[in-house]
Design a binder for this molecule. Sequence first.
Ligand SMILES: [Zn+2]
Length: 494
Amino acid sequence: MAISSDGHGASLSTGLQSMTADPSIPHFEDDTHWMRAALQQAQAAAQAGEVPVGAVVVRDGVIIGRGCNQPVGLHDPSAHAEIQALRDAAQHLGNYRLEGCTLYVTLEPCAMCAGAILNARLARVVWGAAEPRTGAAGSVVNLFANAQLNHHTQTTAGVLAEDAAALLTGFFAGRRQAQQVAARAAHPLRDDALRVDEKIFSAGCDCAGSSCFYSNWPVLAGLRLHVKDSHANGSGAPAAMRWLMLPASPAPQGLFRPLAQALAAEGDRVVVPDWIGLGRSDRPKKDAAVSDALHLAVLQALVEHLQLLPDALPAPAKLVIAAHGDASRLGLALYRLLAQAGVPLARMGLWLINPALPRHATPAYRQWLEQVQRKPALDVVQALQSSALDGLPGADIAQWQAQFPDKGHRAGLRAWARDAQAWVDAEAGSMNASLDLPDASLVSVGESAQWWPWPTLAALDTAPRLCPGGDWLPLQNPQALLEHAAFFRSTPQQ
Ligand SMILES: [Zn+2]
C-alpha cells in the first residue's frame, strides 16, 4: 500500500470539481470537516500498528459510523476502514441500505470496498489520497464510473489528500526504520567492521539452504558470520552425511552451489560459511584483525554450535570437510584439530579439491597473492584470469568482484593472501606444512587447472582423482565431483 507523491497530487487537482449536482444528494459545504474525523480514525489505526486508513459515514450532518483499518489485529482481510465504517452505520440504522449517507475515507477505496459501497447504495463517497496500486475509483480501475454497476454513488477525490498521504508515508518510514533497528540489534555492526550491501549478492548465485547469521559466539566477538545451511534450525531429519565446504578466496559460499544442491537433494546436510572478511560475513577494517587463526577458531565453533559431528548416528555417518584451492590449509588444520580433540577418525573425512600445497606454488598463483596484497584497487576478475576460469557462470565472477566495492572492504581478502603465501612458502616438515594426509582423505584435481596443475601434486602420498575442469572445479564440473563424493559414503573408515 505505497503512496506515490504524484498520485494524490493529480487527484487533488481534479477531485474537487463538483460531481454533486443532484439536489437529492446530501452535500456539505465543508467536506474537510468530515475528512478530519476520518483522519482521526486513521491515526487510531496507526497507533494500533495498522496501515493508517480511516473512514466515517455521515447522514444529515451527523456521524453514524466509524471505522479504522484493522486487518492485522482482527485477522480479517475484509477489515478495511470503509467496511468497518459501513458495518457500524448499518447497525446504527438497522438497515444494510445506507441511502442518503456519505462515506469519508482517507484513501481511495479498493475493489472490495468499492463493491461494498455500491451494495450499500451510498449517495456519495469522498476520499483523500489516491492509491496508485490498488485504487478502484480511478487509479487502477474505476468501478464508480461503470454505469452498469453504479446508479447511486457520486464521488469526490482529493479532500485533505496531503494529510492522508503524509500519515501513510510517515507510517511506512517509521516501520522501515524500526525494522532496520531490529535487524541491527540482532547483529549490531561493530565500529571497526564493515558490511557489504545485501543487494550485491543475488540469490541465484547462492548455495542450497537458508542464510543463517551468527554473532554471539565468543570467538566472533560480535562479528556477524554468514553460513548457508541446508538443515537450518533443525529442519528435516538428522542427516547421516554432513559436508562442511570451505571455499577458496575470493569466492563466497556460492562456489559450491551445484554440488551443495545435489548433496542436499540426497538428504545430506551441507554447510558452507562465508569467511570473516568475505561474502556476507562482517569485514574487519584492519588486515591484522583477520587471520588463519581466527578462521580456524570460527570453524571449530561452527562444528560445535551446529552440531556437525554425527555422534549418535550409526556408521557410516560422518562429517566430511571439503576444502577448495587455498582453503585446503584450513581444511587440513581443522581435520587435525578435531582428531586431536578425540573425534574418531571413522567419523570424519577430508576432501581437498585442487589443493594448494607448500613449496609447489606456480608463478601465476604467487602473482595473484602478491597483487592482492600490493594493489589496493586490484581488479579481482582481471587478476583471476591467470587461473582457469573456463565455464564459470558470469554472474558468479561478477559477484566475486562486486563484494569489494572499495579498499576498505578488502582487509579480509588481503589477510587471506598474506596467510596463504605463508602456507605455500612454509618449509615441508614444519608443523603447518606437513601434509601427511589421513587415509580417509580424497584429492580431486581439474585436468586443466593452471594455478594448481596436477603434476605439482606428485608430492602427495595419495593418488589424486582427475576430472575435466580448471581451477574452480566446484562450479566447473560439479557432476564429476559428485561422483568423487561417493568415496566418503562407501569407503570403510579406520
Ligand atoms: Zn478496501
